[in-house]
Design a binder for this molecule. Structure first.
Ligand code: UAG
Ligand code: ATP
Ligand code: API
Ligand code: MG
Length: 484
């Protein structure tokens, strides 16, 4: 394809100005190390490096043109644009040229993986070939691939979407992380609908303020979702009104769900040990909905998912009935085992304040004994959340065990001490396997154990190395050891 053709209307003029419109393009890359002959190199300024420094290397490896945000010295044409990351995403979409026909994206601080999974499950129940893309990887009729980024970079993303389309997948739900939105990773995806769950503290190391964080999330509505398309918004969050305002301002069809929702209105919820029954009103009809998952927050996720499924053609009756068979996403308040005396052990991915608060509150109604929590905070990530999570655990759990969770380049004991400062009665056990053993050893009748922070993860990253580690396995091992 010619670069002029990949540029589209938005970047056509700049490409023409560079004299590169007729350059034949064989591939795109933002990494000089991966450039091959015929590639267009996008020189991106990142958090660690500046791609401009690698232009010479890219050209040496065969780059036929460079896209950058400022003038550069190069022996090939240089296209100067304001937003090279957006150009990369749109060009990747055009170069691949196909994606599952119906795609939705969901954003929010918590619940994205769950909503992507539930939406896929509802579509599948409705007979569609459906996929989900996000933190836990890619799940489709033919795949169950472990993932890394929540929102893949545009080249990986569009290659994947092309493959899914070739495999016959017609429906896909993807997670839009704030990093992904801010870095235009999904700008090239054609969306049929989009969802918002909630906003809470996270990634304050990346976004300067909560308003900036919210603005990144709202790119989903103000830049990516085509005007007039359905925006499904959870109505009961502190930031819901702001999201509704933003979606309305863009001319979308706003569909709110939740207690304050008018598209799917939640009227009543009864909590049981392993399930919840909700009364939901839609378009004048009343539905009794059985959700086989614990946790109030799963109702919110289920409603956003049903809203997205209905907005993409599933009948309301089928969508709400499908909720009866939902399986939780791996490691999201997942019941991993129980003691012979019936005390429950869960693995959960809460690694940010609101999520931890929600999870600890969610298990209280069915916990007749004590709530025991084992958790830590990641290194090289928002340090401000450490004392906040410590305070939440000491307020909402009866026993708190503070341990390590991917310390990365930081000193693990320092991370723990920042959590412990707000958890005066916390027990500190750095070794995560030992911390889980200690938690399991304490369990007696009526207690609930929550091992939080890693969810589906399969490794513990210490320094630059990731060692195999699974909360699921450690919980199971400890249950075997202590509960004979
Ligand atoms: C902070 C961040 O988000 N970084 C992402 C970003 O990298 P970057 O552009 O900042 O990269 P950089 O290292 O500064 O390099 C700048 C440019 O120079 C290029 N380069 C560099 C070296 C070289 O020799 N040659 C060369 O061309 C790089 O390829 C890059 O294009 O763009 C890359 C490509 O899309 C991402 O892989 C990378 O994600 C890193 C690995 C990451 O850890 N991201 C996390 C924080 C993240 O994105 N998380 C979110 C949210 C999770 C959640 O919600 O909890 C996610 O979506 O997963
Ligand atoms: N709607 C919700 N409201 C509050 N907390 C939630 C909600 N949904 C999930 N959680 C909590 O957040 C954790 C992560 O859930 P999930 O993976 O679905 O969210 P996510 O937005 O994909 O998170 P991440 O950005 O880390 O990938 C869960 O394990 C649970 O503790
Ligand atoms: N996507 C999140 C996951 C955090 C999970 C937690 N286990 C940690 O390592 O902090 C991040 O990279 O910030
Ligand atoms: Mg996720």
């Amino acid at each position: 394809m010619l670069l002029g053709g990949l540029a589209g209307e938005e970047f056509g003029e700049q490409v023409a100005a560079s004299g590169a419109a007729d350059v034949e393009v064989r591939g795109l890359s933002a990494d000089s190390r991966r450039v091959e002959p015929g590639t267009v190199f996008f020189a991106l300024s990142g958090s660690k490096a500046d791609g401009s420094a690698y232009v010479a290397q890219a050209v040496e490896k065969g780059a036929v043109a460079v896209v950058a945000s400022h003038a550069l010295d190069a022996t090939v044409p240089v296209v100067i644009v304001d937003h090279p990351r957006r150009f990369l995403a749109l060009a990747a979409a055009r170069l691949v040229g196909r994606q599952p026909k119906t795609m939705v994206a969901v954003t929010g601080t918590a619940g994205k993986t769950s909503v992507a999974s539930f939406t896929r499950q509802i579509w599948a129940e409705a007979g569609q070939a459906a996929a989900q893309i996000g933190t836990t990887g890619v799940i489709s009729p033919k795949r169950n691939d472990y993932g890394s980024l929540t929102t893949p970079d545009p080249l990986a993303l569009h290659t994947l979407l092309g493959e899914l389309a070739d495999e016959g997948v017609t429906h896909a739900a993807m997670e839009a992380s704030s990093h992904g939105l801010d870095q235009s990773r999904l700008d090239g995806v054609a969306l049929s609908a989009a969802g918002f769950t909630n906003l809470g503290r996270d990634h304050m190391d990346y976004h300067p303020t909560m308003e900036d964080y919210m603005a990144a999330k709202m790119r989903l509505f103000d830049t990516l979702l085509p005007k007039g398309a359905p925006a499904v918004i959870f109505a009961d969050d502190a930031w819901s009104d702001e999201a509704i305002r933003a979606a309305n301002a863009c001319g979308h069809e706003v569909r709110t769900v939740g207690r304050k929702g008018d598209f799917l209105s939640l009227k009543r919820v009864e909590h049981f040990r392993h399930k919840q029954v909700a009364e939901v009103h839609h378009g004048g009809d009343i539905y009794e909905v059985h959700i086989p998952l614990a946790g109030d927050f799963q109702i919110a996720n289920a409603l956003v998912s049903a809203g997205l499924a209905i907005s993409t053609g599933v009948s309301p009756a089928v969508a709400l009935k499908a909720l009866e068979h939902l399986k939780g996403a791996s490691g999201r308040l997942e019941l991993v085992g129980q003691t012979k005396a019936g005390a429950l052990a869960y693995v959960d991915y809460a690694h940010k304040p609101e999520a931890l608060e929600n999870v600890l509150t969610s298990v209280r109604p069915f916990t007749t004994g004590r709530v025991i929590v084992v958790f830590g905070c990641g290194g090289d990530r928002d340090k401000g959340k450490r004392p906040i999570m410590g305070e939440i655990a000491s307020r909402l759990a009866d026993i708190t065990i503070v341990t390590d969770d991917n310390p990365r380049s930081e000193v693990p004991a320092t991370i723990r001490s920042e959590i412990m400062a707000a958890t005066p009665k916390g027990i500190e056990i750095g070794d995560r396997a030992q911390a889980i053993r200690a938690g399991v050893a304490m369990m007696s009748t009526g207690d609930t154990l929550i091992v939080a922070g890693k969810g589906h993860e399969e490794g513990q990253t210490v320094g630059a190395e990731t060692h195999p580690f699974s909360d699921h396995q450690e919980v199971r091992k400890a249950l075997e050891e202590f509960d004979r």
